[in-house]
Design a protein around this ligand. Structure first.
Ligand code: MSP
Length: 564
């Protein structure tokens, strides 16, 4: 197996968090160790020496299967995490953001066989497509994990051996239904009368094989207690309810290993078996911290994760299996699992009927938006904005190229792009390119400044769509301010020069503040604008209207030009 440690090291350095962002009053007093759910968690306040340290903020995407090409659905989860990670860095928090690829399991082994490749050859060919997506999306992940990394595999073996040593594993025979496309076992009820996968509508396989089992059933009460004591463990609420009723309806033990194929992490106490791919995959969130930085173990600094962000298709694995595994291993539990909805797109109906049906975007349905194509034409910011703006985060929502085009021109180009262009142009036209050092309008300042705490509160709850809306309200407020104050009228009257100074200072500073808070969503455009304003700092401490903060500014090319 090739050693990919060097690859990991290169990524780790390339993805380091921007160091220019220093924290200040946004640092919360809570300290990582005291926010995790743990039955033994101390009730005492943290020691005074820890109070001024930035809070660790660890956020993860699902790791993506490599047997298909990346599509907008994968980009969606990743962009969402990036928005949160970037915002937390602006608050001065100590952030670690993980994404990567899930490379083991039967579907990969079967795909490789069909193509006449070894599984390793297949994953080595396909994983870079996902890794390359990250810089194209302008995503600031701190590490990219591949579950074929030897360090990951060794750690998986260590943790699962501990779960066995703790008495939660036994040997048995599995007999039942299995969907190779879900890499998941199905109950008789799920198989129904037709023995089809309820998700893929493809035939299930009747499996009978020697397995090691994980005693999931033993964790039912502890899981219910977790859900009762930590009602925001799963968010949003309707997903919490779904997960809780799954647990309350009774848990069965689950297969921990497979013995009919070999593409996986070998079970150390019985190498005829490999671990069931979900156990290997879920552990990525924990293992990555031990080797993402060469010579340094980040586990104590970042574990447990604050947010696992996932799609609703993998709820059971993350909200039931995963916390049970961590309890079995004696490890602290993540603080939140945020479950978002699906991007839906019209797909041709299978029966050839002309009315298209709205379906989950997926390769097999042929209804995928290619993120690379959108980025090539409109840029990553436009894609990032669209995904977070048009589909309420946590709900399903339809996406379409037509709607994308409407929002690009009405919101990005008109609302924000024009505000930036005309503000910069007026400073040049009326004040020779120097922002007046006047005191900004206090009423406007109050309306704009409040965006920082509002967005912070919303993003603490991963309410990404509402947070973006809060920023956009201020963009619109500034556009109205231009119309209300009519600087072109003030400019005609020398006696009103002071008023014009104040209006221009208010606008330029207002623009700077909304740009700073919008950075997580549209980072490249904001950096371009802030460079023009001569104020590249991104920390939220500085995001309030301040007299004399800006001086000479450059000219600005349109931020969101008409596509060619
Ligand atoms: N490998 C597993 C996850 C293991 S995590 C320990 C897997 N991979 S996947 O490639 O199928 O990716 C699933 C995730 O991609 C979803 O949970 C979701 O986050 C994202 N999405 C894939 N299609 C999507 C949509 N159409 N809409 C929104 N998100 C989608 O499952």
């Amino acid at each position: 197996m090739p050693n990919r440690g060097a690859r990991g090291r290169a990524r780790a350095q390339a993805g380091a968090s921007p160091s220019s962002i220093a924290g200040g009053f946004w640092r919360r007093e809570a300290v990582l160790k005291f926010r995790s759910y743990s039955f033994a968690s101390p009730k005492d306040p943290p020691p005074a020496s820890t109070l001024l340290r930035p809070m660790s903020f660890y956020i993860t995407t699902p790791i993506y299967y490599v047997n298909a090409a990346p599509h907008l659905g994968h980009a969606y989860s990743t962009i969402a995490c990036d928005v949160m990670a970037r915002h937390m860095r602006q608050r001065g928090e100590d952030v670690f953001f993980l994404t990567g690829t899930d490379e083991h399991g039967e579907p990969v082994a079967l795909a490789a066989e069909r193509e006449g490749l070894t599984p390793q050859e297949l994953v080595d060919r396909n994983a870079p497509r996902f890794e390359d997506l990250m810089p194209r999306l302008n995503v600031s992940n701190d590490f990219f994990i591949r579950t074929t990394d030897p360090e990951h595999q060794a750690k998986v073996q260590e943790v699962l051996a501990r779960i066995r040593d703790n008495g939660h594993v036994y040997e048995g025979v599995y007999e039942g239904w299995y969907c190779p496309r879900c890499a998941d076992f199905k109950t008789d009820a799920e198989a129904g009368d037709d023995n089809l996968c309820p998700i893929h509508r493809t035939p299930l396989i009747r499996e009978k094989e020697d397995n090691y089992f994980f005693r999931l059933s033993a964790f039912q009460d502890e899981l219910l207690r977790l859900f009762d004591e930590q009602p925001d463990f799963v968010m949003p609420r309707h997903r919490y309810n779904e997960a809780r009723s799954f647990i309350a309806s009774g848990l069965q033990d689950i297969s921990l290993s497979r013995s009919t194929f070999t593409w996986g992490v070998p079970v150390p106490w019985d190498p005829k078996h490999v671990f069931y791919v979900w156990f290997d995959a879920l552990l990525n969130y924990y293992t990555a911290l031990s080797y993402a930085r060469p010579g340094e173990d980040l586990t104590d600094r970042f574990w447990p994760a604050q947010y696992h962000v996932i799609g609703k298709d993998i709820l059971k694995f993350h909200t039931v299996f995963w916390p049970a595994m961590l309890l079995a291993a004696g490890l602290p539990l993540p603080q939140h699992v945020f479950v978002h909805g699906f991007l839906l797109m019209a797909a041709p109906k299978a029966d050839g009927d002309d009315a298209p049906e709205l379906m989950k975007m997926s390769k097999s349905m042929g209804n995928v938006l290619d993120p690379f194509a959108i980025i090539d034409e409109f840029g990553a910011d436009a894609l990032r904005y669209y995904c977070m703006r048009d589909v309420s985060f946590g709900q399903d929502g339809e996406v379409s190229t037509a709607r994308f085009a409407v929002l690009y021109s009405s919101e990005l180009a008109n609302d924000f792009g024009n505000l930036a262009s005309r503000t910069v142009a007026m400073v040049h036209r009326y004040r020779g390119g120097v922002v007046p050092a006047a005191e900004p309008d206090p009423a406007l300042a109050a309306e704009i400044d409040s965006v920082v705490s509002e967005i912070s509160g919303l993003l603490d709850r991963a309410d990404l769509t509402a947070a973006l809306e809060a920023a956009w309200l201020r963009v619109r407020r500034l556009n109205r301010y231009v119309e209300e104050q009519a600087p072109w009228v003030l400019a005609k009257d020398e006696a009103r020069a002071g008023e014009l100074d104040r209006v221009l200072a208010s606008l330029a500073e207002g623009l700077r503040v909304v740009a700073v808070v919008l950075h997580p969503w549209i980072p490249a455009s904001v950096e371009k604008l802030l460079a023009t304003l001569g104020a590249p700092e991104l920390d939220l401490d500085g995001a309030r209207l301040t007299a004399g903060r800006l001086a000479a500014i450059d000219k600005l090319e349109p931020l969101f030009p008409k596509p060619k």
